[in-house]
Write a protein that binds this ligand. Structure first.
Ligand code: DQA
Length: 143
């Protein structure tokens, strides 16, 4: 049974009320419930963490070694500048899919760069909460 770590980065705890024109009205709890339902249907075990702290996300990636078969990460704004997250993903060597609710490439220029993309298997952006489901499917296809 595959084990997958889901990581949500800074400010994603505010989903539902945060910039609904960009991110919609779906809450993080609803996204997590959707993922749990899909995981249960596919025999996948999830661990889910949201943190506003870069170091906590790095620690979670390290702690995934020996447990996780894959990681799905929405690193929030850390996507655009966190070399620490990039090095953590590269360092553990666990297949990782990068996710964004919004299409970061259609937004402000600073969002067009993802420093974690080169160490991820792929990136899914722009499909709202469904981006996470697509990422889970992609990860399971990798196995
Ligand atoms: C985001 C996009 C990032 O640019 C932003 O900083 C976020 C959310 C997304 O899911 O669309 O916090 O990762």
């Amino acid at each position: 049974m595959p084990n997958v770590l889901i990581l949500h980065g800074p400010n994603l705890n505010l989903l539902g009320t945060r910039e609904p024109g960009v991110y919609g009205r779906v809450t993080l709890a609803q996204i997590n419930a959707m993922l749990e339902e899909e995981a249960a249907a596919r025999g996948v075990t999830l661990r889910i963490l949201q943190s506003n702290h870069e170091g906590a996300l790095v620690d979670a990636i390290h702690a995934a070694v020996g447990w996780a078969d894959g990681i799905i990460i929405n690193a929030g704004a850390l996507t655009h500048y966190s070399y620490a997250l990039r090095d953590a993903i590269a360092g553990v060597g666990i297949p990782t899919v990068e996710v964004h609710l919004s299409n970061i490439h259609a937004r402000e220029p600073f969002r067009h760069t993802s420093v974690i993309a080169p160490v991820c298997r792929g990136q899914i952006a722009g499909f709202g909460a469904r981006s996470y489901l697509l990422a889970l499917w992609a990860l399971l296809e990798e196995k």
